[in-house]
Design a protein around this ligand. Structure first.
Ligand code: SF4
Length: 383
């Protein structure tokens, strides 16, 4: 089954210094992009028809990400959905729009809602002016507050706020202010990502790979503060960085963590079908040129996973989820984890076990990467 459709819209008003997403600092040409997308949808629909049978081509979730999708007008999406419906059985249960606070008005929120979006993910990052300045964001605290109000008044009942923690100068009290202010709104979902410095970003050039903005112990305190505050407010942690009110988990992102198939459309979009993960060209000129001349779209194969690599991917992604992973998932791929290794982790309070699944404990989730690497080294073939 394909399950999820991801649309990449790689345009932003400027480039944030920590960002490693594919995005170009300029306003989009909606007409040109839509024309190219239409050709790509046709090609991808043919690909799916060749590779999957009827019901398996059903799209259950749609996610417009970027970049800054909210730079695109509601009518762009309306026309995009009309094109999709010509090629796919397109009746998704969840349609998410990523939006930046600047320029996100009540009128726009209402229009996005009216054309079918039912989930809004707002990139707040922090409400603190010094944090916004450090992160190079274009919006102010006031913009962030009015964007949340616009979303609510515009009819969104499922709103997620994205935050970044661990920036230079942040402490428990500034983080608590962010948490309290977020919780003052009727929102359903929150993401808290630790600031990470990626190669080739301006932050990497400025600060290097692992700058100590905050000491390790402080970061652990901040993680605990996030978890405790949100749990008291009725939010359940379901992934390392994601918290939800009951039944508002992001279904689309769950596809990534559960290593399910999804199709990516747009310049730089990534797809996973079967054991293949591939990416559209990030060169916008090549993207337009190939599609408008109806030539094959240059795609980079990121991974052709054999069973062992798929098992490793299940471990890496699945252990991000608080429900953990089922042993049977690995067995289907003809792999299991060495029993002594599981006992070793269990005795050190790094994993919890049930007969059919295992998950990271609170202590284990602070060491996600190390535990996963240890498990990779202890994967055994069944037959
Ligand atoms: S707005 Fe988002 S996608 Fe655009 S540059 Fe900033 S972090 Fe990257």
């Amino acid at each position: 089954m394909v399950s999820g459709l991801y649309l990449h819209l790689p345009f932003c008003l400027s480039k944030c210094p920590y960002c490693d997403f594919f995005s170009i600092p300029k306003r989009p040409d909606e007409e040109l992009y839509l024309k190219a997308l239409e050709v790509e949808i046709n090609l991808k629909a043919e690909y799916l028809i060749r590779n999957l049978t009827g019901s398996k081509r059903e799209i259950l979730t749609f996610y417009a990400g970027g970049g800054s999708p909210s730079l695109f007008s509601p009518s762009f999406f309306e026309r995009f959905f009309m094109i999709l419906e010509r090629y796919f059985p397109f009746k998704p249960l969840e349609l998410t729009l990523e939006a930046n606070p600047e320029g996100f008005t009540y009128e726009r929120a209402r229009a996005y809602r009216e054309i079918g979006f039912n989930r809004l993910s707002l990139g707040i990052q922090t409400f603190q002016p010094k944090g916004l300045f450090f992160l190079g964001r274009r919006h102010s605290k006031k913009d962030a507050l009015s964007a949340i109000e616009a979303g609510l008044k515009g009819g969104f009942k499922n709103i997620s706020l994205d935050f970044i923690y661990g920036w230079k100068g942040q402490g428990s009290s500034t983080l608590k202010k962010d948490l309290d202010l977020a919780l003052a709104f009727e929102i359903t979902h929150l993401s808290f990502y630790e600031l990470t410095i990626y190669p080739e970003t301006p932050f990497y050039k400025l600060y290097g790979r692992k700058p100590a903005f905050l000491r390790e112990k402080k970061l652990i305190d901040l993680k605990k503060l996030i978890k405790d505050t949100l749990s008291t407010a009725g939010f359940m942690q379901y992934e390392l960085s994601n918290f939800t009110k009951p039944s508002f988990e992001c279904r689309h992102n769950l596809l990534y963590w559960e290593v399910q198939p999804y199709l990516g459309i747009g310049a730089g979009a990534v797809s996973r079908i079967g054991n293949l993960r591939f990416k559209n060209t990030e060169d916008l000129k090549t993207y337009y040129k190939s599609l408008l001349e109806e030539r094959a779209l240059p795609q980079e194969i990121l991974e052709t996973l054999d069973f062992k690599e798929l098992a490793k991917e299940y471990l890496f992604m699945g252990l991000r989820l608080t429900k953990g992973i089922e042993f049977s998932k690995l067995e289907e791929l003809n792999y299991k984890i060495n029993e002594d290794a599981l006992i070793y982790l269990y005795k050190r309070d790094l994993i919890d076990r049930e007969p059919e699944r295992f998950r990271l404990t609170d202590k284990g989730s602070l060491l996600h990467n190390q535990v996963v690497k240890f498990l990779w080294n202890n994967l055994e073939r069944l037959r």
